[in-house]
Design a protein around this ligand. Structure first.
Ligand SMILES: [Zn+2]
Length: 200
């Protein structure tokens, strides 16, 4: 909102796709804190009932599917589904989001499908979140967002498919323009700056 592409946007949702999934919801130019400061834990929305075990103690949370960790889990599940015997021999240590990205770009269908599945669930979750605050845009950030079209295309497809019709074709989903290494620091500084302005 201060340094990135949301400068002229008052209602948007920022989603970080790293090891987990974090989000910040901005409504009318204000970051939503909620009554205790924990608003925006979108990563812990349950998207699959009785789904994958999450670190929060519940099952089926969004970040278990739409994060670097989630992508790896999906890819390993696909490999196991194709060939259970061989999949147990796979060196899991080498499989990370970058590895799956490289495989998908090299034409590996399983890796491509893993991104598709990730985008499908992400699009569905984002579409559901629209009804609460009616954002103008979503900004995706983090390692997984750097996969670009590989993730964006299935995400947008699923997003539009699952949107309530009054919102269709109005909301952008784009990759954040913030420099990756600076974003957390810029965010923290902006938060403090904003609070100081309020006091003044
Ligand atoms: Zn959770």
């Amino acid at each position: 909102m201060f340094f990135g592409d949301a400068k002229d946007i008052k209602d948007f949702i920022f989603v970080t796709l790293g090891t987990g999934l974090g989000s910040g919801i901005v409504v009318n130019g204000n970051l939503v804190y909620g009554h205790d400061g924990f608003a925006g834990e979108m990563g812990h929305c349950i998207v699959i009932q009785h789904g994958r075990q999450c670190g929060c103690g519940r099952k089926g949370c969004l970040e278990q599917y739409c994060s670097a960790t989630g992508l790896v889990k999906t890819y390993l599940e696909i490999l196991a589904g194709n060939d259970p015997e061989n999949s147990s021999k796979i060196d899991r240590g080498i499989i990370n989001a970058k590895y799956i990205y490289d495989r998908a770009m090299a034409g590996d269908e399983d890796a491509f499908y893993a991104f598709n599945y990730t985008g499908e669930i992400l699009g569905f979750a984002l579409a559901n979140s629209v009804v609460y605050t009616s954002p103008k845009a979503f900004f995706l950030f983090g390692g997984l967002a750097n996969a670009g079209e590989l993730l964006l295309t299935p995400t947008i497809l699923s997003f539009e498919k699952n949107l309530l019709s009054i919102y269709k074709n109005k909301i952008k989903i784009v990759v954040s323009g913030l420099p990756e290494n600076d974003a957390a620091l810029l965010g923290a500084a902006s938060l403090a700056w904003n609070e100081l302005k309020t006091i003044a």
